[in-house]
Design a protein around this ligand. Sequence first.
Ligand code: ASP
Length: 331
Amino acid sequence: MTSPEKPQADRFPNGSDAFPHKHLLGISGLQPWEILYILDQAEEWVALNRSGASKHDDRLAGLTIINAFFENSTRTLLSFEIAGKRLGADVVNMHAAQSSVKKGETLIDTAVTLNAMRADAIVIRHGSSGAVQLISEKVDCPCLNAGDGQHEHPTQALLDALTIQRRKGPIERLTITICGDVLHSRVARSNIFCLKQLGAEVRVAGPPALLPDALDRFGVETFSNFEEALPGSDVVMMLRLQNERMNGDFIPSPREYFHLYGLEEARLALARPDALVMHPGPMNRGVEIASNVADNLDRSAINEQVEMGVAVRMACLDILTRKARRVEGWS
Ligand code: ASP
């Protein structure tokens, strides 16, 4: 694959002088230069976030952002909330457990209600694949997908790409192995799209029952033996077993799973000597990753992923609300 082009302020493919998407529903559908543009913008927010006491920019002052979370979340909800607040927006969180969804309101009625409140952006997490797209069709403002079922989790893939790029340089030169419950993982799907778009060699490993049949269509190499996937890997990304999405037993036992697919020191030693360890969280220590690997700060970028999450979400909120703020151009 050829190197993805960096966007230039005066030269946008398809002649657009604005980011050409109203919503962020997934990585699928984003061009490499659009992904790189978001990452470039996020870099600036990393600098602000690290700048000390005053981490405010306030360019979204006066705007209202609703975080509508129909599924549990720690990192994603908090970081979207922090991102919106650092940009000066009024941020409100709607938790499904306390909302009318529990009383049987349909998704469309909820969407219409959120729309009537004149939000300037809605961030949505939902347990069903496609739910965010459905809501986006019923509201006037931009919608950002914070994870929909097994489908996509675009800001996770963007924050992962930012973390990798900062530690390892251009992604197009890298070999990245993703291991675990790929079948149920929206993180894996979004990462595969993103890393392939940016030119990486992507390997996917896991128990055959947890690897979707269609993986070869995505141009990745699949391995049922994790150890065969590791040699030459610059990055090893571990996934959580998504027990809440499993219908029946997919693995004999967590102990057995760790024995074959857990990332522990001896296994990590099969990858490149400086291979980066990643995990989107929440981690199941001793199931998909050993504690001493997760906590080895020389190798593990897990905390950095969380930090990059705030910067990436600031970039996405800024970019997608430019129309509402009547900001011209991409930058
Ligand atoms: N936090 C990620 C997600 O929402 C990964 C996970 O839950 O395992 O998909």
